[in-house]
Design a protein around this ligand. Structure first.
Ligand SMILES: Nc1ncnc2c1ncn2[C@@H]1O[C@H](COP(=O)(O)OP(=O)(O)O)[C@@H](O)[C@H]1O
Ligand SMILES: [Mg+2]
Length: 365
């Protein structure tokens, strides 16, 4: 889908990019990573034909892009930049419409597309369409940036540190959402980041760059288990086993767990608790609200009285999460056993520290 052959970009004597050859398959997420100044942004800008290479060739869909009009090329490429770059005096709706307007889409089609994209990035269209960029949080602005890059439904998406300017929690949410969207859309994506955890989480393949050169290009698993050289080894750091956990979903490790309703009788609760020390408690919609310790049942008059309520968002983990997230949740909460819930908060199982330990052994290379 995208192929660079011996691409070099010089700025005076600075080799921003040096003899870069790389092939990005259609429908895959390639993450470019490396220290600041290693040539990531320059590479994206060349693929988008904002700048030309000093030497070498770039092919998009088999076509040498130096032979294609840049405007035509850019119709097949969405570009989301780090600083988001929303036009401050335009509403969210108008910002997203810019490219479809340039392509002379009909008004109705544009309106439909804007709504569809806002919904896709998880923002309620009616609430957001008329807002101005200064009325958005950092995370919301970045989502609008992504929506805008997707507006004309380009098969290729270039993203330059798209989740750079937000707090870690928002960043994690945006990453989960990106994975979700990519599952649906199957775009060919080149995403730049300097955050290795983000790369491992999002990439089908990671390209590690240093001083304008490509030092390793492989799957996250391969890079973690077989770093090509000392630079990559040092770049990855010491906790490779932990990092690998962020490639593994919890679904195969979570186990079914008993739960009881708030309206259950003490006797029912005691019988469920027979084999375990405690049990999860759910409301009438099966949403997790707390747990009961077996010993507290002896004195309590009802389940309602015995239940210890919990902050579900802080303690439970959602079905799509990774073992790494489950582990950090356990560590931060001091629990060696956490519940798994679906996106409506209904309990689907639980996962233990032991399950995670077993998983790290299984995946050892
Ligand atoms: N327009 C430019 N003029 C001169 N030097 C540039 C220009 N753009 C980038 N560079 C240099 O090229 C190198 C790579 O930059 P860049 O691609 O922006 O790195 P990254 O995105 O990986 O941080 C850096 O040394 C940078 O200073
Ligand atoms: Mg950059």
């Amino acid at each position: 889908m995208i192929r660079l052959e011996g691409v070099t970009k010089l700025y005076g004597t600075v080799k921003a990019v040096e003899n870069l050859s790389i092939n990005i398959n259609g429908g895959e997420v390639c993450v470019l990573i490396g220290p600041s100044g290693c040539g990531k942004t320059t590479t994206l800008r060349m693929i988008n034909h904002l700048i030309g290479p000093t030497s070498g060739q770039i092919f998009v869909n088999g076509q040498d892009i130096s032979q294609v009009r840049p405007e035509r090329l850019r119709q097949s490429i969405g570009y989301a930049i780090q600083s988001v770059g929303l036009f401050p005096h335009m509403t969210v709706g108008v910002n997203i419409s810019v490219v479809p307007e340039l392509l002379h889409w009909e008004k109705e089609r544009i309106a439909r597309r804007v709504e569809e994209l806002l919904a896709l990035v998880g923002l309620e269209p009616r609430e957001y369409i008329g807002k101005y960029p200064n009325q958005l949080s950092g995370g919301e602005a970045q989502r609008i940036g992504v929506a805008r890059a997707l507006s004309a439904d380009p098969p290729i998406l270039l993203m330059d540190e798209p989740f750079g300017a937000v707090d870690p929690l928002t960043r994690e949410r945006l990453q989960v959402q990106f994975i979700d969207i990519q599952k649906k859309l199957k775009k060919t994506v080149i995403l730049v980041t300097h955050d290795l955890d983000e790369a491992i989480r999002l990439a089908d393949r990671i390209a590690i760059m240093a001083s304008g050169r490509l030092v390793q290009y492989d799957t996250p698993e391969a890079i973690l288990s077989k770093p090509a050289d000392k630079f990559v080894h040092d770049f990855i750091g010491t906790d490779r086993a932990l990092k690998r956990l962020s490639r593994i979903g919890i679904e195969n490790f979570a186990k079914a767990t008993p739960s009881i309703g708030l309206d259950a009788s003490i006797e029912e609760a005691q019988s469920v608790c027979k084999r375990c020390r405690w049990v999860w408690v759910v409301d009438k919609d099966k949403r997790l609200i707390g747990w009961i310790d077996k010993t507290s049942l002896d004195e309590a008059a009802s389940v309602v009285e015995a239940v210890v309520t919990i902050d579900r968002d802080a303690i439970a983990i959602t079905s799509g999460a990774t073992l790494k997230e489950a582990l950090s949740r356990m560590l931060s909460q001091g629990l060696n056993n956490i519940p798994v819930v679906d996106n409506r908060g209904r309990i689907t199982g639980e996962i233990t520290l032991g399950d995670i330990e077993a998983a790290t052994k299984e995946t050892e290379v």
